[in-house]
Design a protein around this ligand. Structure first.
Ligand code: ATP
Ligand code: MG
Length: 254
């Protein structure tokens, strides 16, 4: 499909096209398309930009990666379709491996996603080699299948577009969970240690930039000050304030 460059929502439509292509290639599942739709609604509400509380969470994410011994980046079908280059860059800069981890897991999807990441420049992708796959003890879905070199031994896990059950399972195992989720009300958003309420297509590269600027001393200070509950409250306040302004404008326009 050709998207006219002057279309008012050209950017959002281009992002959708990436998912549709991933769907046609067989590694984005139909449920992933629904998840994107839900994400878009919240993106509308925050104003389709990186808002200040998300910036604070991005800084905390960079700090957590800086101080981690074994940080890992979890990748699913949607994120592989939406921003593979950004994920590869974050992995290269931080040394955190990329691991394919899927709720709707099939070997075919895992392989296709690993291939998409390799095409984007990754030289190592975890989560595909049966010899290294183990199960997390406290999770029944396919999300429990993890790599013993990756999520299994990780102390910090970045989970973009996560499912609430795994966030909880990872936390129970003592791991620090950094979530990217446009929905500030999801279980993932509320349970994670650090929640970045932003679109993956905007924020992954911002984490990389912050990481490059962060030294370990500053990282400690950032994490000491960080309060995820307060950040989520500021996101909700941002939405409320924005809706109030929009409501006033709508009333004035009639
Ligand atoms: P939970 O299981 O945590 O309660 P959920 O069941 O509402 O969440 P899932 O379908 O499990 O949602 O996960 C998808 C989540 O990813 C949604 O909360 C959605 O807002 C978010 N999301 C979708 N697309 C994007 C995107 N491009 N960037 C960031 N977040 C996104
Ligand atoms: Mg869910």
């Amino acid at each position: 499909m050709k998207i006219p460059p002057d279309h008012p929502r050209a950017e959002a439509l281009k992002i959708r096209e990436r998912l549709v292509r991933g769907f046609e290639d067989g590694y984005v599942v139909p449920q992933g398309l629904i998840a994107q739709g839900r994400g878009e609604v919240f993106d509308y509400l925050i104003g389709e930009k990186t808002i200040p509380p998300a910036r604070e969470a991005i800084k905390a994410a960079a700090a957590a990666f800086k101080l981690a011994e074994h940080p890992v980046i979890s990748v699913n079908g949607n994120t592989a379709a939406l921003c593979p280059e950004d994920l590869v860059e974050l992995s290269e800069v931080t040394g955190a491996p990329l691991e394919v981890n899927l709720f709707h897991r099939t070997e075919d999807r895992v392989e296709k996603i690993a291939e998409t990441l390799r095409e984007a420049g990754a030289d190592r992708v975890l989560g595909a080699d049966p010899e290294h796959l183990v199960r997390l003890p406290n999770l029944s879905s396919h999300r429990a299948v993890v790599d013993d070199r990756g999520i299994y031994r990780a102390d910090v896990v970045l989970v973009p577009l996560e499912d609430g059950d795994r966030t909880r399972a990872l936390k129970e195992l003592g791991k620090t969970v950094v979530a990217i989720d446009l929905n500030p009300l999801s279980r993932t958003a509320r349970d994670a240690d650090i929640t970045i309420v932003d679109n993956v297509v905007r924020c992954v590269r911002k984490i990389t930039r912050e990481y490059e600027r962060m030294d370990p001393d500053r990282a400690k200070g950032v994490l000491r000050e960080y309060d995820n509950g307060r950040v989520l409250a500021r996101v909700l306040d941002h939405i409320r304030e924005r809706l109030r302004v929009l409501a006033d404008e709508a009333a004035g326009a009639t």
